[in-house]
Design a protein around this ligand. Structure first.
Ligand code: FES
Length: 230
C-alpha cells in the first residue's frame, strides 16, 4: 500500500501520523530494539541495545498494534477499523509540567506522558533524589534516572545554569522491549525528530518522546503505559 511519502521530498527526518493508520517514517531514521535491563532486585537500571533493522529511507510502522509484520504496517488497521484519534494535548511540555525543586537540581514532570519504563522508581526514586540533590550520589542518580526516562516525562534541570540535562541522542527510533514484563513497548523517538499530526500540525520536537504502537493508549499518539494493561 502506498501512503504518500511524496509529501516529504526534502528528506527531512520526520514521523507523519496518518489518520487511523501507521506512522510514516522518513529521512533514513535508524530503527533498532532497545531493552529495559533490571538490576539484581528486578528494578530497571539501564538500557541495552537490541537488534537493528535494515536502513530504509522511508518505512511505515504499525500504530494499531495488530500488524502481522510488526514493527511494520501490513494494512491491518483498515480491516479492523482502527480508531487512531489523537487525543493528546498540543501544549508544550513546559506548559504542562509540574516542577519539583531541590537544592542542586530541579525536576519537571508531565505524568500524562508516562510510558511506565520505571527507571524513576528505583531505590528512593527520582523525585526524592532531586530533593536531596546536594548529596552527590543522590544528584547522580536523579540525573541518571531522569535521562533514562524514554518518554521525556521527567527532565532534570541544573539549578545553576537553569538548563535541562539531556542525554546526547542522534535522531533515531528505538522499539522498547520490556522482557521483564514480557511485553513490547512504544516507539522511542530520540533526537528532536519532527512528529506531525494527521491534521498537519506539529507536536513540540523533543529529545525524547514515546509513541504508542499497541493501539490502545488513551493519550494518542503518545504511549500512556496501557501496553502493560494498567
Ligand atoms: S505502546 Fe504504550 S500505550 Fe500503546
Amino acid at each position: 500500500m502506498v501512503y504518500g511519502f511524496h509529501m516529504n521530498k526534502n528528506n527531512q527526518k520526520k514521523i507523519k501520523i496518518t489518520k487511523n493508520g501507521p506512522y510514516l517514517v522518513s529521512g533514513n531514521l535508524p530503527l533498532a530494539k532497545e531493552i529495559i535491563m533490571p538490576d539484581e532486585n528486578g528494578d530497571p537500571i539501564e538500557w541495552a541495545k537490541g537488534d537493528k533493522y535494515p536502513n530504509q529511507e522511508e518505512y511505515a510502522l504499525c500504530r494499531c498494534g495488530q500488524s502481522k509484520n510488526k514493527p511494520y504496517c501490513d494494512g491491518t488497521h483498515a480491516k479492523i477499523g482502527f480508531d487512531g484519534t489523537e487525543t493528546a494535548t498540543r501544549k508544550n511540555y513546559l506548559d504542562q509540567a509540574e516542577k519539583i525543586t531541590g537544592p542542586d537540581l530541579n525536576l519537571t514532570d508531565v505524568e500524562n506522558l508516562c510510558s511506565l519504563a520505571r527507571f524513576c522508581d528505583r531505590l528512593d526514586g527520582t523525585w526524592e533524589f532531586t530533593k536531596k540533590s546536594d548529596n552527590p550520589e543522590s544528584k547522580k542518580l536523579a540525573i541518571q534516572q531522569a535521562c533514562n526516562c524514554p518518554s521525556g516525562r521527567l527532565v532534570a534541570w541544573d539549578k545553576k545554569t537553569e538548563k535541562p540535562i539531556e542525554p546526547d541522542f542522534k535522531p533515531s527510533l528505538s522499539l522498547v522491549e520490556d522482557y521483564q514484563l514480557k511485553v513490547s513497548g512504544p516507539i522511542w523517538v530520540k533526537g528532536n525528530v519532527c512528529v506531525e499530526s494527521s491534521d498537519g500540525t506539529k507536536y513540540e520536537a523533543r529529545n525524547r518522546v514515546t509513541l504508542c504502537r499497541c493501539g490502545k493508549s488513551g493519550n494518542k499518539p503518545f504511549c500512556d503505559g496501557t501496553h502493560l494493561g494498567k
